[in-house]
Design a protein around this ligand. Sequence first.
Ligand SMILES: NC(=O)c1ccc[n+]([C@@H]2O[C@H](COP(=O)([O-])OP(=O)(O)OC[C@H]3O[C@@H](n4cnc5c(N)ncnc54)[C@H](O)[C@@H]3O)[C@@H](O)[C@H]2O)c1
Length: 251
Amino acid sequence: MKKHQGKVIVVTGAGRGLGRAYAERLSSEGARVAVAEIDAVAGAHAAEELRKSGMDSMFIETDVSSKEATEAMAARVLEKWGQIDGLVANAGLANSVGGRTYDEITVAQWDRIMEVNVRGTWLSCRAVAPYMQERKNGSIVTVSSDTAAWGSPKLLHYVTSKGAVEAFTRAMARELGPDGVRINCVAPGLLNNEATAGVPEAKREWNIRNRAIQREGTTDDIVGLVSFLLSDEASFITGQLIVANGGLVFH
Ligand SMILES: NC(=O)c1ccc[n+]([C@@H]2O[C@H](COP(=O)([O-])OP(=O)(O)OC[C@H]3O[C@@H](n4cnc5c(N)ncnc54)[C@H](O)[C@@H]3O)[C@@H](O)[C@H]2O)c1
């Protein structure tokens, strides 16, 4: 039997990048995956590709920063599949957000990052967790970044948002744990993917040089970790932060 056979897993921001890779991996491991994505073209395409590979998948246009949209998303998943076993709260503003000092970031930029990365994580969990609690089963993975531990400069709104996601995960673990629902946080290091294409070469090289494992990180370095945390193999792990960054900062 496949690892996630029979499960229903929601992946937010699964239209491209890491979210899409999580969706593909979880789908190949037997899950029915709901692609909850704000970009309608990318989201529909991602779900279509999963169906082509023989797995059941649906796209739901979702802005995770909206309470109405996240609630409607959960309702659609339940209507179609009758259960929700997992959530990867992956959607985040990560693309081209860096490069401004603390006094150059505008209030509008700060607020939008918080809306999507922090409120969006909360609302995504808020929409699906009650159904998990009802069934006394479920696993959620939230997404931080090792920039929160390192304190990367010129990225203050993003770094702050990811620190909030880590604290959120711990507090949620205590609220959900009594009902048998787990929640953990992954913090990838700088990866070589589309979202980081604008990162200066010097910063990329600095990251590699200062890692215990001195190479670039890729999507493949993260997907297995997320799949593991969603699986029953991680049945006694909750409220934890797992940093996957080749050993740039240790946690
Ligand atoms: N790429 C990296 O090196 C890296 C490192 C550490 C952490 N992360 C985190 O991993 C996650 C995914 O990163 P990525 O590299 O795939 O980025 P990405 O920009 O390629 O993908 C983000 C996805 O989220 C979607 N999205 C954005 N706003 C949304 C909203 N309001 N509602 C729903 N969907 C929305 C986008 O359309 C996109 O499909 C982010 O939370 C990011 O902070 C990435």
